[in-house]
Design a protein around this ligand. Structure first.
Ligand code: AMP
Ligand code: GLY
Length: 426
């Protein structure tokens, strides 16, 4: 088989790495890929949102399966585009990807079907938004979310009315996220622990993956602005078997079933971002794709062939693919460029990477990297994900952190508390 992986992050390197282990697969392309995917795939200079270029390439190369990493091509309709040309592609179509593409759609969908989420109101103008704030219906902190995709920056937690006014002005008046900010959701702030629950669906049935926990804020102790994710561990220390079943029953199954009933058959990856609250799990957001960096520890734990699982889902038989997992936990720590998630510099030479990559039990997935003149350079905010899977979480994290100290680039930043067991976990 020939497989095309679309995207250029750590998630895509992890997916390509796992796909490369399939005996069915003879050749992998990655578009556009990074310096890490070069080791397992041929990088193609086509952007992830060049839908026409990508479908043309897949047709010409007779690609047997395309796997989409990021959300933007999915919400733009890459699956519709490929399917019209008779090309096999894994992901939800444009209508189904609305679950991530529009927060208004997602909240109203959950409301219609009593899927647990935080209380919210929709505002379609700055005046309406202000009225909601003035009504006192939501106490502070409250959360304001731009409707559309905003590169992970459209969620603003407001501690007081001044911050809320500022958020509304920047999203709805100054339009910092463009049309994504035409409408906003004002919602109740939830307290608890976050968990990422990721499943594969064939549109009717659902196969859950092992649980993970992301670490979104940039600094230790969950301080500072949110990022795409600074590290992840699997399993989540908070999701036991009972909670797992509860999440499947009250959230994951109803989502897939109700989407089908609404004529939006959802096949692909369903990623549910959850807040585990005192009242039970509640949905913070839906994503229509694999997580980044959640995928990295997940593929390390997956014993089964990922290609078999995806093919089964595409054939409408996802439950026939029973996934085998390693019992060992896994972890991933992200090395980021100084300044990320705000302004940062690129083009820093990465030292020690070859030695670190050779460390026993270590897998390094590249994200924003570039290879030229026989050297690696930084090329993005999240640069590398250093990963391992050992018998215990403590051993796993020790191995990862010992390896990180072999790697250096100017202004390199990473969290030192990923997977470090805290009192509140016990
Ligand atoms: P989202 O893109 O909706 O997941 O939001 C990004 C991040 O903002 C989440 O991972 C949470 O850390 C935080 N967040 C979003 N909504 C809420 C909420 N209602 N209460 C507390 N935190 C939230
Ligand atoms: N790590 C968060 C995400 O993939 O959305």
């Amino acid at each position: 088989m020939k497989v095309l992986v679309i995207g250029s992050g750590g998630r895509e390197h992890a997916l390509a790495w796992k796909v490369a282990q399939s005996p069915k697969v003879k050749k992998i392309f990655c578009a556009p890929g990074n310096a890490g995917t070069m080791a397992v795939a041929e990088n193609i200079p086509l952007g992830a949102t060049d839908l026409k270029g990508l479908s043309h390439f897949a047709g010409q190369e007779k690609i047997d399966l395309t796997i989409v990493g990021p959300e933007l091509p999915l919400t733009m309709g890459i699956v519709d585009e490929f399917e019209e040309r008779g090309l096999k592609i894994f992901g939800p179509d444009k209508n189904a990807a609305q679950l991530e593409g529009s927060k208004v759609f997602a909240k109203q969908f959950m409301d219609r079907h009593k899927i647990p989420t935080s209380r919210f109101k929709l505002a379609e103008s700055p005046d309406q938004a202000k009225k909601i704030l003035e009504s006192g219906e939501f106490s502070y902190p409250l959360v304001i979310k731009a409707d559309g995709l905003a590169a992970g920056k459209g969620v603003i937690i407001c501690r007081n009315v001044n911050k809320a006014d500022e958020a509304i002005k920047s999203i709805m008046v100054d339009k910092v996220f463009g049309d994504a900010g035409k409408r906003v959701i004002v919602e109740e702030f939830l307290r608890g622990f976050e968990a990422s629950f990721i499943a594969i669906s064939d549109g009717v049935k659902v196969l859950p993956l092992v649980t993970t926990m992301d670490h979104k804020p940039i600094y230790d102790g969950d301080k500072g602005p949110n990022t795409g994710g600074m590290g992840a561990i699997s399993p989540s220390p908070f999701v036991d078997e009972e909670l797992f079943d509860d999440i499947m029953e009250t959230i994951v199954f109803p989502t897939i079933t109700r989407m089908l009933e609404e004529g939006r058959k959802y096949k692909g990856v369903l990623y549910v971002g959850l807040m585990l609250t005192e009242e039970g799990p509640k949905v913070l957001e839906y994503n229509c794709r694999f997580g980044d960096p959640e995928t990295q520890p997940q593929v390390l734990r997956m014993v089964s062939d990922l290609v078999d699982v995806i093919l089964a889902a595409l054939e409408g038989k996802v439950l026939e693919a029973q996934i085998k997992w390693s019992q060992n936990p896994a972890g991933c720590v992200i090395l980021a460029s100084g300044g990320y998630p705000l302004k940062y510099e690129k083009g820093k030479r990465i030292e020690g990477l070859k030695e670190a990559s050779g460390a026993k039990g270590i897998t390094i997935f590249h994200a924003g990297t570039e290879f030229r003149d026989n050297e690696y350079y930084t090329a993005g905010g999240r640069v590398l994900g250093v990963c391992a899977s050992e018998k215990t979480l403590a051993e796993t994290m020790k191995k990862i952190y010992r390896t990180i100290f072999k790697i250096y680039f100017e202004a390199m930043h990473f969290r030192r508390d990923i997977g470090v067991e805290k009192e509140e976990w016990i």
